[in-house]
Design a protein around this ligand. Structure first.
Ligand code: ZN
Length: 203
């Protein structure tokens, strides 16, 4: 199983990090070893002083596909959830500065939180779905899929030009504004349309 992630998919988050607006989706990957095991806390790694939370809508691929047309992309996933793309921002800033790949900042053990999946047919429209991250019961990030620069189906089509999508692969679709540092004892909870789909303790 692989995790395909999209960066810079919300204008508001591009602005907060003062990044350039991309002309096509920014893509990176996390290996299966990045998945935070269920019921485990997230342990802040020693190599970073600045781990940021990034809540994102995620979908699980349900059918093998390559060169998927946007108009058929909806046939390749049945379930949706929210996850966290934990990012060592200090490490990423160094790598970005040197034009180096982001894996050390984005793909380390535990960096992918995957919420419980819900059937997508439970929701009226995935193009106008809201999600939220709370930290110690306070809302820290709030997003709506309508604000994505590229919609879920466009992202699936785009990444399938490069990578064969396999059953069980997960696509992280980018984070809205509000990314911030986490510290020990924080409790992060992710919601999709009010449904709590994960709860993570930081250590
Ligand atoms: Zn992200």
């Amino acid at each position: 199983m692989k995790i395909i992630c999209i960066g810079r998919n919300y204008a508001s988050h591009i602005e907060e990090l003062q990044n350039e607006r991309p002309t096509e989706p920014v893509v990176f990957m996390k290996p299966d070893s990045a998945v935070l095991l269920k019921q485990h806390p997230f342990v802040i790694p020693e190599f970073s002083q600045e781990i940021h939370h990034e809540i994102e809508l995620i979908v699980k691929i349900s059918k093998v596909g390559k060169h998927i047309d946007t108009k058929f992309a909806h046939k390749y996933y049945d379930e949706i959830s929210v996850g966290i793309d934990f990012t060592a921002r200090d490490v990423q800033d160094q790598l970005k500065g040197k034009g180096l790949p982001w894996e050390k900042a984005k793909s380390f053990d535990g960096s992918a939180v995957i919420g419980e999946f819900l059937p997508k047919k439970q929701f009226n429209s995935l193009e106008n779905i809201t999600f939220e991250l709370t930290n110690n019961n306070k809302t820290v990030q709030k997003g709506n899929a309508s604000l994505m620069l590229w919609k879920i189906d466009e992202l699936i089509s785009f990444v399938s030009e490069y990578f064969t999508l396999k059953i069980g692969d997960i696509v992280f679709t980018g984070t809205p504004e509000g990314v911030a540092v986490v510290k020990p004892e924080d409790v992060l909870e992710g919601f999709l349309e009010g449904n709590k789909l994960f709860s993570i303790k930081i250590k």
